[in-house]
Ligand binder design. Sequence first.
Ligand SMILES: Cc1cc2nc3c(=O)[nH]c(=O)nc-3n(C[C@H](O)[C@H](O)[C@H](O)COP(=O)(O)O)c2cc1C
Length: 161
Amino acid sequence: MSMKSLLILYSYHHKNTEAVARVLARVLGAKIVAPREVDPAELASYDLVGFGAGIDSGKHYKPVLDLADKLPSVEGKKAVIFSTCGAPAFIVTEGFIRGNHAALRAKLEAKGYTIVGEFGCPGFNTNMFLRYFGGLNKKRPNAEDLGRAEVFAQSLVQKMS
Ligand SMILES: Cc1cc2nc3c(=O)[nH]c(=O)nc-3n(C[C@H](O)[C@H](O)[C@H](O)COP(=O)(O)O)c2cc1C
């Protein structure tokens, strides 16, 4: 039986995280929904739930964090966390990404989810003063970022089978 997965996405600044979500969705055969479209009780029917957004003030966008607060407790459910962030690409290391994910990870783990993978990459950022300088991380996520997202998704398929 194939696994059933759902991606919950909030992406608005430049739809950077949406580009990542589309790759994950294609590989996982997942549907993408917005936080406000989610019926928390319905999540129990999925084998894997992904939570993704851009990063604001070092955390996922608020609609995703708020949804995590509203979720019922689960047992033995698997989740993945993904994001794009606008920090200069050279500082977007694994550790930096995990830091951005910490708030959402804590909320999901408190609800009983096991986090089976995390993915992050730089995203084009024209927030505040940056727009006067043409923005940071132009054209990110790029083909290489999306290629890494694809490899990440394939590793999830293997992990779940
Ligand atoms: C209001 C706002 C706040 C942001 N705060 C941060 C931040 O704290 N750290 C960071 O690395 N990027 C920050 N960014 C940049 C976004 O996280 C980045 O551009 C991301 O790729 C946007 O994703 P999206 O296009 O999916 O919305 C911020 C962007 C906006 C619009």
